[in-house]
Design a protein around this ligand. Structure first.
Ligand SMILES: [Zn+2]
Length: 411
């Protein structure tokens, strides 16, 4: 009788899983917990600026990830900017293939409805992996997942009508949903508060003229307020809504670098009234990011994979920009930018990649361009034991794993 019972149960379970679209082979894994992966996306993390901070011990949390894991440059796409690169990371396909070629596509602000290739959150959800995402660029309007999604950069709202490089509060979002499931919005407003999505708009040349120092200081204060709110959000989500796969995003580092990169007086665009005022402002963003990382790592055990990924770096304007100093087309056009990342040659501004977790080599430095933005999705799928689909152009970063021929998911 009991054996009949159990076989009936397994038939029922199989039927339920088939209805849910979950393959049987994987479902057996539900008895043992699925791998846990936390991805932290940092917009424009520049290794040139981070290295001295690591040497000075100012980024202890990132240092610990480097010691326990693998890291290196991350090859990006040509003319890299957030939506273009993030959508490439989501799908492991080229910008032309996935359709999100820039901040604006055919005059319309990039949005998730433009995605022509399946993003990784959808693939994981279909495999029964629980997914949580917050403040990841180019995820507005949010899409249904097996968990939750809170949008990031390019979210539209009050005082941020086009959604480009400005920050509406959660309560001010317009033109689409910023939270999935919709019921979670009220919960967040109650328990986290009305946080800013994305980072502050950069000041214009006019805002700055005559009161540079006070404008810079007020702006930096707002940036830190936004970071504090987002840290609180992450802390709340990791505590109250743990998911197998979690992806969190940060955007203020890049925004600061564009106009406060500590350039030398001989660099293009140098204006001592702005660029000699707070020369520590940009490096300080990474020191502040390290604290965000520390808050996230509190929720992580040694069985969790942590992947920190930057879509591109950021560098001072180059000689070939001098005919059009403010040619940073996708950012606030009147801001006196002194650094940028959408150089035609993406190899001029590589992103960065850090990973630690079960079976990942310790203290491994990736040389050259071994890793690219195309490899992130296949590597995450590999951790979950999912083969990469044919359209994906990257490869699994087997070199970071100690025993690359074994299926990581079965460890
Ligand atoms: Zn930027």
């Amino acid at each position: 009788m009991s054996s009949l019972n159990s076989s009936l149960k397994s038939i029922l379970l199989a039927a339920i899983l088939l209805l849910a679209g979950i393959p049987l082979g994987l479902a057996q894994g539900t008895a043992t917990p699925k791998p846990r992966v936390v991805v932290i996306g940092v917009n424009g993390m520049e290794l040139d600026v981070i290295r001295p901070l690591l040497l000075q011990g100012k980024m202890p949390n990132l240092s610990s990830v480097i010691k326990k894991g693998a890291y290196g440059k991350l090859r990006t796409v040509s003319a890299p900017n957030c939506p273009r690169v993030y959508s490439t990371i989501f799908t492991s396909t080229t910008p032309e293939e996935h359709g999100v070629t820039g901040f604006l596509v055919g005059g319309i602000t990039a949005n998730t409805n433009m995605l022509k290739e399946e993003p990784i959150w959808s693939m994981l959800s279909k495999k029964g992996v629980t997914v949580g995402m917050a403040n990841v660029p180019a995820t507005f309007p949010v899409m249904p997942v097996n968990g939750y999604m809170i949008s990031g950069m390019l979210t539209r709202g009050k005082n941020c009508e086009d959604g480009v490089l400005c920050a509406p509060k959660l309560s001010e979002v317009e033109g689409g949903d910023a939270v999935y499931p919709a019921s979670m919005r009220a919960e967040l407003l109650k328990n986290v508060g009305d946080f800013y999505i994305d980072c502050e708009r950069m000041p214009s040349a006019e805002d700055l003229k005559g009161h540079e120092a006070e404008t810079i200081d007020a702006w930096l204060k707002k940036v830190q307020l936004i970071r504090d709110q987002q840290t609180q959000l992450f802390d709340y989500l990791l505590e109250h809504h743990p998911t197998d796969f979690t992806w969190l995003g940060q955007s203020c580092e890049d925004r600061t670098g564009h106009w406060l990169y500590p350039i030398a007086p001989y660099n293009a665009g140098y204006n001592p009234r702005i660029n000699a005022v707070r020369t520590e402002a940009f490096p300080d963003q990474y020191v502040a990011f390290d604290k965000v990382l520390g808050a996230v790592l509190k929720h992580v055990d040694d069985k969790t994979y942590v992947i920190i990924v930057s879509d591109h770096g950021i560098k001072p304007l180059r000689e070939f920009e001098e005919t059009d100093l403010h040619a940073h087309m996708d950012h606030e056009k009147t801001t006196p930018v002194v650094a940028k990342h959408d150089f035609a040659d993406g190899d001029d501004v590589p992103g960065s990649f850090f990973a630690m977790g079960p079976g990942i080599k310790h203290g491994l430095r990736l040389m050259g361009f071994e890793a690219s933005v195309y490899d992130i999705a296949p590597t995450i799928l590999h951790i979950y034991g999912v083969d990469q689909p044919a359209q994906m152009r990257g490869h699994v970063l087997t070199e970071i794993f100690e025993d690359s021929d074994k299926n990581v998911a079965q460890r």
